[in-house]
Ligand binder design. Sequence first.
Ligand code: DGL
Length: 280
Amino acid sequence: MHQTIKPSADILTRAPTILVFDSGLGGLTVHREIVRLRPDARFVYCADDAAFPYGRLSEDHLISRVLAVMERLIATHQPDCVVIACNTASTLVMPHLRQRFALPFVGTVPAIKPACEQSASRLVSVLATPGTVARDYTRSLIAEFGLGCTVTLVGSVHLASLAEAVMRGEPADEPAIAAEIAPCFVVEGDRRTDTVVLACTHYPLLVETFRRVAPFAVTWIDPAPAIARRVVQLLGPARPAAKAAPAVALLTDGAARGALAAVFSGFGIGETLIDPLPLH
Ligand code: DGL
């Protein structure tokens, strides 16, 4: 059991800085839930777009990449709490981050426990990146919390990029999206999948399209509200009447800065900066 590091003692009397981190735009689905509960906080959102998508990186490469980016972000922005709004990174990197930095970290991992608790058909699917599907951590969540459900792991190669395209204003490629989610829909005799875990933070961005193209209705589980509650447990509730500090987004590549800045502004982030950190 690791010990959770507590934020600094004066945290209830000032606006905390919350760093939300992902490979791209997916972490915005977590960011918006945290903003709902802590509108007074100062938010720094980092999209490591130079390394997107994380799902294709080897485990060693991903660990060293996230540690390198985090080293710089923490030194520059001095967050009170870091939210890794990425399943692909969280299912691998959390112990390394906690060992390296004396800060509270909140991860995002597949919501297998609540999904299996609420499934009536006992057929649950986990829609993730190939990286998350391959993790020992994901397998151990199923072993520990699967409650005897049959859990189908679906590692989508293209969905995160399809979500990024939609966010940048391209029309949703519905046939491609339908093909990516199709393996989630399992029928066994008179039972069929009734619950699908959205185990990549990019996927809630497409959930309305998923509903439209799904072969049958299921419950889609998005862990973002639970992550936001965890942040409040660590940092305390919003301070009444406190004014929100302006939020900032950071890109490690920035080639698509114009399109991304428009997306960030739709999530209440008015400034988009580039801090180049090429992927080696
Ligand atoms: N948003 C990330 C996640 O939750 C993954 C997307 C990627 O492959 O970079 O897993």
